[in-house]
Design a protein around this ligand. Structure first.
Ligand SMILES: C[S@@+](CC[C@H](N)C(=O)[O-])C[C@H]1O[C@@H](n2cnc3c(N)ncnc32)[C@H](O)[C@@H]1O
Length: 239
């Protein structure tokens, strides 16, 4: 398979089309993934002021509100609208996270789901997320698993499309967050695939993406013998 073909295939699969009402297979998987992202984040937001970086069209904000979020500031470079349903607790702002002026120490929870690998300067972004959090605040972040991207497409995420900055595998994400937060993150995965070298493991690995349209995509502690296609971390700022 040529590199160009692999790039096109990867773009078709990876670049999300999680808009409400998507009818394509990739679109429906993306929406399912997004819903589960927010269902997961909803566990950490009761009574909290939340910043959602890359909040997109607001798919899943209902799940944060159901989780008890007291307010949501949804910041997105491309999308700004009024809150779906006009909920006064949700505010949408259009802007680039790295340059958007926001006062430090104002959020209990910062969410960055499906978005880290689009940010131009990931180090500066993490430093800003840390600054925006109140003491003991919580960051919830995920990224595409770079190790699996390399195995499926024989190239790193940043070679698939110029939109992507970089991605991490599980140890890489852990080390990156420890460096910025000086705290140990809790890690989770979404869309786990088998990683054993047995024939069954190899078959499971290559067939897994074909079954994704048929399944839900909950965020879970990593099942033994698997790697998550998406790696999640929850880390607290020292109080
Ligand atoms: C794949 S969507 C993720 C949507 C949702 N958070 C989720 O979990 O599925 C990535 C979003 O990040 C936004 N985005 C990308 N770069 C950004 C930046 N520098 N600042 C703010 N938003 C950005 C895009 O416009 C897009 O809506």
């Amino acid at each position: 398979m040529t590199k160009r073909f692999r790039q096109r295939l990867a773009r078709a699969i990876i670049i999300d089309r999680a808009s409400p009402g998507s009818v394509s297979i990739v679109g429906r998987v993306a929406c399912g993934r997004t819903k589960e992202n927010y269902r997961f984040a909803g566990r950490f937001v009761a009574g909290k002021a939340v910043l959602d970086i890359g909040g997109g069209t607001g798919i899943g904000h209902d799940l944060l509100l159901a989780g008890g979020a007291s307010s949501i500031l949804s910041l997105d470079r491309h999308v700004a609208s009024t809150a779906p349903g006009g909920d006064a607790r949700v505010r949408f702002v259009r802007g680039d996270f790295l340059t958007c002026p926001l006062a430090d120490g104002q959020f209990d929870v910062v969410i960055c789901l499906g978005t880290l690998f689009y940010l131009d300067d990931i180090d500066a972004a993490l430093a800003k997320m840390h600054r925006l959090l109140k003491p003991a605040g919580t960051l919830i972040v995920n990224c595409i698993n770079q190790r699996l991207v390399r195995r499926y497409f024989a190239m790193p995420l940043e070679e698939i499309d110029g939109k992507f900055s970089t991605a991490y595998d599980e140890p890489g994400l852990r080390a990156f967050l420890k460096n910025h937060f000086e705290a140990e993150p809790d890690l989770y995965v979404q869309q786990p695939v088998p990683v054993s070298r047995s024939l069954a493991g190899l078959l499971g690995f290559w067939l897994a993406p074909l079954t994704w349209p048929l399944r839900r995509h909950p965020v879970v502690p990593k099942p033994p013998g698997t790697e998550g296609m998406f790696v999640y971390a929850v880390v607290n700022k020292n109080g």
